[in-house]
Design a protein around this ligand. Structure first.
Ligand code: SF4
Length: 390
């Protein structure tokens, strides 16, 4: 029997949000080119599938996609900005087991400033509340922590707890996927301190799932200080991403789009076992981007489970017997930075931030061509307006 994989399906690059840390909304895919049901049928068996975008709910056939994916995936989670409330509720009514993660970048003022969606916070929250009211079991927030919103990290976590929801975190990354090269944390100690508080709250809880989340957030502190990943990256070995053009890639963190093959022209087995796929695996083995996103960290945490488990045991022991809280100072780089042995400039140079570097947006020629006369925002706004008049 073939091993089940962990897959992420980027169903569209169209997005109606205007996030500060992601310029994808300026570079949408052309709707006619986006991955079809026929191609989705060719995907392998998966133990977990993340559906993402752009904004996935811009696709009016998302329910058909989910229906098809459930034939080959044990668990599906959709990442969304929560704007299309009716579509989300409708989909969750048909698929009560689907996971929904709504991006919230902080409390009201912070969220709306970062995400650029008019009344985005209240819209997202009311979608979440409706899902809670209908007792949808797998609902949560997703927050990209940065200088502008780190002060809201713990309050937002508390809010998610109160509402009985999951809480997923990330930090700033640069890649073709985000169409960004300028993202960087400026005040690492301040941001790290808020992560440290969250780690302590999670470690204190009685939930093993939250203890593993504590480890993940410890990994985020490690990442923002530019250190090597806590766990080896095995993307493209038992994990894959597929983009709106049906190009299969190892992840969404690379500087330029790395392609293992295309699922329109190839079968899954041809693609997965190809020489091109092997070359990409070799790139992954030598990748120096050190990113720490849930898509690449969660499979590694499952695979090398004894590493986070040992870290948890150690911290539970320290907390219980020595009354010692977790401190980000356990990372040598943090101690060195505090002692002035490493400068901010040196840390910046170890990050993936390259100010004003030209970014490869990974768009097809046809998608690029439509940007000649109109902006990405105009194209997507017109798309959505057209859908509403149908
Ligand atoms: S570290 Fe892994 S997930 Fe990050 S860009 Fe490299 S290959 Fe991709």
């Amino acid at each position: 029997m073939q091993k089940k994989l962990n897959g992420t399906v980027i169903v569209t690059y169209r997005c109606n949000a205007r996030c500060k840390m992601c310029s994808r909304y300026k570079c949408p895919s052309k709707a006619e080119e986006e991955i079809t049901l026929e191609t989705i049928k060719k995907l392998p068996q998966m133990y977990f599938t993340n559906i993402t975008g752009g904004e996935p709910f811009i696709r009016t056939d998302l329910k058909d996609i989910v229906r098809e994916l459930y034939k080959k995936s044990d668990r599906i989670v959709i990442s969304t900005n929560g704007f299309f409330t009716d579509r989300i509720i409708d989909l969750c009514t048909e698929f009560p087991q689907v996971g929904i993660r709504i991006s919230m970048e902080g409390l009201e003022a912070t969220n709306n400033k970062i995400r650029g969606l008019e009344d985005g916070y209240n819209k997202g929250l009311s979608t979440l509340q409706k899902l809670v009211d209908m007792k949808h079991p797998d609902v949560g927030f997703g927050m990209t922590v940065q200088d502008d919103n780190c002060q809201d990290l713990v309050p937002l976590y508390r809010k998610s707890e109160k509402m009985g929801m999951e809480f997923a975190t990330a930090s700033l990354h640069n890649s073709f996927y985000f169409v960004e090269s300028n993202n960087v944390i400026h005040d690492r100690l301040r941001v790290g301190k808020y992560f440290e508080d969250l780690v302590n709250i999670l470690l204190k809880s009685k939930s093993p799932k939250k203890w593993f989340r504590a480890y993940f957030n410890h990994g985020l502190i490690n990442y923002i200080f530019g250190e090597e990943r806590l766990l080896q990256c095995d993307m493209a070995f038992d994990t894959f991403f597929i983009d709106p053009y049906s190009d299969v890639m190892p992840c969404n963190g690379t500087k330029d789009k790395e392609v293992m093959g295309n699922l329109i022209t190839q079968t899954w087995d041809e693609l997965w076992n190809s020489e091109k796929a092997e070359k990409v695996r070799n790139i992954v083995r030598h990748c120096d981007r050190k990113c720490w996103m849930i898509g690449s960290a969660a499979p590694a945490m499952h695979k090398y489970i004894w590493v986070p488990t040992w870290w948890i045991i150690k911290h539970k022991f320290l907390r219980f017997y020595k009354k010692q809280r977790y401190s980000m100072d356990e990372l040598k780089i943090v101690r060195d930075y505090k002692a002035g042995k490493v400068t901010t400039k040196q840390l910046d140079s170890r990050s993936t931030c390259q100010f004003n570097n030209e970014v490869n947006d990974g768009l097809s020629e046809a998608s690029k061509a439509q940007l000649k006369d109109k902006s990405g925002e105009e194209i997507v706004d017109a798309d959505i307006a057209g859908q509403e008049t149908l």
